[in-house]
Design a protein around this ligand. Sequence first.
Ligand SMILES: Cc1cc2nc3c(=O)[nH]c(=O)nc-3n(C[C@H](O)[C@H](O)[C@H](O)COP(=O)(O)O)c2cc1C
Ligand SMILES: [Fe+2]
Ligand SMILES: [Fe+2]
Length: 410
Amino acid sequence: MMNKVKLAENTYWVGKIDDREVPFHRLILAKGTTYNAYLLHTSKPTVIDTVDLEFGREFVEYLSTHIDPSEIQYIVINHTEPDHSGGLAALAGRAPNATIVCTEMAVDELKEMYKLHHRNFLVVRDGDTLDIGGKTLKFKETPYLHTAETMITYCMEDKMLFPCDIFSSHVATESLFADEAGFDITEDFIGYYNAIIHPHRRYVRTLMKALEELDVQMIAPSHGFILRTDIEKYIDLYDKLSANTVEDKRVTIIYTTIKNNTKKVAEQMKRIFEENQVEAQVFNADKAEQAEMIASIQAADAVLIGSSTKYADMVGGLEDLLIAMKDMDLDGKIAAAFGSYGWSGEAIEVIQDYLMQTNMNVQSTSKVIKTTGMTHVEFPVRIRFMPKGEQTKKIEHATAFITDLLQSAI
Ligand SMILES: Cc1cc2nc3c(=O)[nH]c(=O)nc-3n(C[C@H](O)[C@H](O)[C@H](O)COP(=O)(O)O)c2cc1C
Ligand SMILES: [Fe+2]
Ligand SMILES: [Fe+2]
């Protein structure tokens, strides 16, 4: 059993060191990891995050060496993934008076996963504070870092940030403070960023904005090292690593249409690309010369092809172009299909099939989920009738995703 690890007055590490080669997110964590949970032993004792599902009971036993769990008033869950929320069922059972504190989106996930339908939840929103009797917690929403429901917790008196997965490292270490590790942890810190955070780097901007308002003196993440020196260096690394690293990218967008709905989709995509400094050329395949479109495709880094659906098929002369593309060497280019439709949208799927026959990197919802876990980015981009409301969000998410693929060096 570890000695007590104290971070500040009445603030303790109560996690679990896992020195197995843990399988995680299709990677093997060669150096193991830790699941860092924290006890703020104030007059309304609060636990921040728990440990992996497998160690729930062990976690509650260790926590019980610090406090009688029935005294716990709040359990803060920053992120619902079970490597941090996994101890919640065991803890909630022993802490019947505790209120579970999380974002609105997290409530259902936690209730379903841990059968907590009858428990008290406190939903917190961006900027909310919570008095825990001697210390004050402030919550900031950090969606998609790395899942939608994620938030970070800041203790105002201790100037301490509890960012869960963010600013973590996957190392099973008994020297929990980075400054006591005996080696430079930067490589592990960057390796973790690349594996877990970089696919969501667009959202690091939200995090940076949130941090501007907080005076952070210590970062207590939920994997690996606790940071209490060089804080600015670690925050700067996230800022720099998430910045656009590649410029001068070009996109070709080609469409056919009956009444211009698909044209509107194409134009909205162009606008979003250009707002992100990606050059976009748009063609109506029924008006442009095929040679001109092919030259543009050859010079492009990403190719987006769309058609509306008419009697279950594509509109106009798009098929000739798609057939020609099958014989071209388009290796290394990103591709996506899109289109406006009424009720079935067959044309969009036909385009997707054609693109799959080229050697381009064709985007699909399945691929996005497998590489990033994000479920709000959908490919092909299927828009019902005229793009408006929720439908335009689909265009924004998909176009932003392609922009990020293009501008990221990793
Ligand atoms: C003659 C005609 C046939 C259509 N057939 C289909 C169809 O088979 N499946 C479908 O999902 N939508 C169908 N639609 C609906 C259109 O795809 C839809 O109105 C779309 O928004 C048109 O986009 P556009 O303006 O880019 O052509 C049809 C529309 C028309 C006018
Ligand atoms: Fe996670
Ligand atoms: Fe995690």
